[in-house]
Design a protein. Structure first.
Length: 382
């Protein structure tokens, strides 16, 4: 009896994992899936809308050259770049000032009000300087593809959207990073970027947030999410609550990113992200996450019958065929070392639970925050 229940749960977890990461399958579910065609190519414009690209930075001397170089390569014609320095203590500002770029402006964020999260304050300052009809908020550790802004604006105007976010393409430089494909696929399956977003469940990532200026102002901009550690999700949620339109660009073809430069920082960073994410998750997301992880664990570690073997083959095949859509992961290597990725996913989730529900504290960019028990916001620790 218990074995049969285990098989049913394993089958459910496998189906959820595959369906959540298969836009073509979701298209067949009315009112559930987002049409998977992202409008490849570029829609012709009678007049290009102007775009202000806002980059908040704090101690980004290792990354700033990469993103600014990619900014100069954009094929989009009408844009400006505003770099907002959030009191960096390294050489970030000095490096920016050595770059002769006509479209780039450096702005000092100034002293942050005590009620604001640092990143949101920097974005707020940048938005106040922006002249564009659209605002693109992006992180300093990203590198943007040449036609990315053309594609993003075309996608938004074609669908008459007020805001979009976009999937990251993960670049890897060390062997352990190349094995993390299953980890990132699980993250996407949990956050569900290919389904129609709702205030209760949506995907948004601060590495790429593109909004119409009019919509941004209508929802109160970053001032309305000033104490949110996950300002990206909060902004998207406010867009939906205001009956405005929001979708995720359904391919990882706008920018690439290397989020963490060591396995220790990877664990620490995703532990923090999980701690924050638990404040935005509902019970349905928790159940789905449990079922998907259980499917991987049971199929790989418990060879009780042919059902486990078949499940493992299905999951391993799906991961092998799809993981390179989201990063330059090893096709077979990460599948063979599947336990490494799954155990890291479990470990960061447990660490996030400890930070969220026990210590109620998290550290980010040298600043410490304490979670509010009743809300998803956090306050600066003095």
């Amino acid at each position: 009896m218990l074995a049969n229940i285990s098989y049913i749960l394993m089958a459910l977890g496998t189906c959820i994992f595959i369906i959540r990461l298969s836009p073509q399958l979701l298209d067949f579910i009315p009112g559930f899936g987002v049409p998977s065609d992202p409008g490849a190519g570029v829609q012709p414009f009678k007049k290009l809308p102007s775009v202000s690209i806002i980059i908040p930075v704090r101690n980004e001397e290792k990354n700033i050259l990469g993103i600014l170089s990619s900014m100069t390569q954009l094929t989009y014609k009408d844009y400006e770049v505003i770099v907002v320095d959030d009191n960096s203590t390294d050489n970030t500002v000095e490096i920016i000032r050595t770059i002769p770029m006509d479209k780039i402006r450096l702005v000092e964020a100034g002293e942050k009000p005590s009620s604001w999260i640092g990143k949101s304050w920097a974005c707020h300052v940048g938005a106040g300087e922006a002249q564009g009809e659209y605002l693109l908020f992006t992180d300093a550790d990203t590198v943007h593809y040449k036609k990315s802004l053309d594609r993003a604006i075309s996608f938004m105007t074609k669908r008459n959207l007020d805001m979009i976010s976009a999937l990251p393409y993960h670049i890897t430089e060390e062997s352990w990073e190349e094995l993390m494909g299953p980890f990132h696929m699980l993250v996407l399956a949990v956050t569900s970027p290919f389904t129609i977003p709702t205030p209760q469940r949506l995907f948004a990532i601060g590495q790429y947030l593109l909004l119409r200026r009019e919509a941004y102002d209508k929802i109160g901009g970053h001032a309305e999410v000033k104490a949110e550690l996950a300002e990206d999700i909060a902004l998207a949620r406010n867009i939906l609550k205001a009956d405005l339109s929001y979708l995720v660009y359904p391919e990882a073809k706008l920018y690439q990113v290397r989020m963490f430069d060591s396995i220790f920082n990877f664990f620490k960073g995703w532990r923090r992200l999980n701690a924050i994410g638990f404040g935005y998750s509902d019970w349905k997301t928790g159940i789905e996450s449990f079922l998907m992880v259980a499917a991987f664990v049971n199929s790989f570690f418990m060879f009780e019958s042919w059902v486990n073997v078949v499940t493992l083959l299905v999951l391993a095949t799906f991961v092998s065929l799809n993981q390179r859509k989201y990063g330059n992961f090893l096709v077979f290597g990460s599948t063979l070392f599947l336990p490494f990725s799954i155990l890291m996913f479990i470990a960061t989730a447990i660490g996030g639970m400890v930070d969220r529900f026990i210590t109620k504290k998290v550290e980010w960019r040298g600043r410490k925050y304490e979670f509010d028990d009743e809300k998803t916001t956090a306050a600066r620790l003095e």
